[in-house]
Design a protein around this ligand. Structure first.
Ligand code: SAH
Ligand code: SF4
Length: 363
């Protein structure tokens, strides 16, 4: 690979992205990783943001073919955490140094938008902390209720940019609906995160190139890119796991296409490779999302088996992470790690004396 043509990545040129993803010989891929590491350093710096993730319910009304939480998996014992339990975990995490709490669940209608809003509001009262939601597809007005309570960010991966594959993997659902949700969230002022899975059936390098182009088109603030891991109680039980190296290449190219995005070292990658976190951090990633769910629930949140997050310490392990980062010449961020672009916008609004969105929520 004789140098990278950054102009072609700005458009972005899907054929060119696919060509980079095909980088095959060792030295070609290594030069891609070095380049994305440099771009990461120049655009988002050496700080790594940690976000504590609480998996508060494993009930799901959807039936995604790849996921262990799917509705039709009758072998899974289901649980829901109470608001008080969620607040207690958040409080400990904040005391331990976390500045972002991520609330994730299956698509569980048991929690109304107002229920989620009340939980967000209580977490925001615990300190200067950002709240990210990852609770699936809801209506514009439900998202508005969550935003008004102070939720800052929303993660909703598009999963695959191929509409036919999307339909096959998500019975009764469409990629367009997913994209509409992301647009709604953006309109409401959320920092948005999308992302996709590497190694889905019939996916090609061109599909992945379209995934990356879609991230650019959606102008995402964050993107999660992880390999598929088969779960024995799903229709994709015998489909092979995604390729670690291709995942790293997709991460690296995404860093080149979206220099200022927040890109996590995903848990799925660490599950497939012992050194996944370090490899991702050296290939463009700048975020880590440790699992802070109480251990008794964590093992039931089985999206895929043997998740690396099962061994994340319950107290959040901030000190160990700081040591690991130091050994890599990186450092733990002390900020909330808001979107680089949005941060500039909100500083501007403050300077103009504009009021924040939060307020008016009944307890
Ligand atoms: N229900 C919410 C959030 C929880 S699922 C939602 O779907 O948005 C979080 C992510 O887990 C999904 O976005 C999907 O990309 C990932 N996931 C599910 N099953 C997986 C598997 N078998 N291998 C890898 N990633 C998987
Ligand atoms: Fe439910 Fe999310 Fe799993 Fe799909 S990926 S089955 S929506 S938890």
């Amino acid at each position: 690979m004789a140098g990278i043509d950054h102009k072609r990545l700005e458009e972005p040129d899907i054929g060119y992205i696919a060509q980079l993803l095909r980088a095959h010989p060792e030295d070609e891929a290594e030069s891609l990783f070095r380049c994305s590491d440099r771009v990461r350093k120049c655009s988002v710096g050496d700080s790594v943001h940690v976000r504590g993730i609480i998996e508060f319910s494993n009930y799901c009304s959807r039936n995604c073919l790849y996921c262990g939480l799917r509705r039709d998996n009758g072998r899974l014992k289901r649980y829901r955490m109470t608001p008080d339990e969620i607040i207690a975990v958040s409080k400990t995490a904040i005391q331990n140094g976390y500045r972002t709490i991520v609330l994730q669940s299956g698509e569980d209608p048991y929690y109304s938008a107002s229920d989620i809003a009340r939980i967000v509001d209580r977490i925001k009262d615990l300190g200067d902390v950002a709240v990210t939601l990852s609770v699936g597809e809801r209506s514009h007005s439900e998202y508005a209720t969550m935003k008004a309570a102070g939720a800052d960010r929303f993660l909703l991966k598009h999963e695959t940019a191929d509409p036919d594959l999307y339909r096959k993997l998500h019975p009764g659902k469409s990629l367009d609906e997913r994209i509409e949700c992301l647009k709604s969230l953006k309109d409401l002022g959320f920092q948005i995160g999308s992302g996709f899975i590497i190694g889905l059936p019939s996916q090609t390098v061109s599909t992945i190139a379209r995934d990356i182009a879609l991230l650019k088109e959606l102008d995402v603030d964050m993107a999660g890119i992880g390999p598929f891991i088969p779960h024995p109680d799903t229709p994709l039980a015998s489909h092979p796991a995604g390729d670690v190296r291709l995942t790293l290449k997709a991460l690296a190219v995404t860093r080149l296409v979206l220099p200022h995005a927040h890109l996590p070292a995903t848990t799925a990658l660490s599950t497939l490779h012992r050194d996944g976190r370090r490899l991702a951090l050296s290939s463009g990633a700048n975020v880590i999302m440790p699992n802070i769910t109480p251990a008794r629930y964590r093992e039931l949140y089985e999206i895929y088996p043997d998740s690396a997050s099962l061994s994340d310490p319950e107290h959040g392990g901030i000190r160990e992470i700081a040591e690991m980062l130091e050994s890599m010449g990186r450092r733990l961020s002390k900020t909330r790690g808001d979107s680089f672009r949005r941060r500039r916008q909100s500083e501007h609004s403050r300077a103009q004396g504009m009021p924040g969105m939060r307020g008016g929520l009944r307890r």
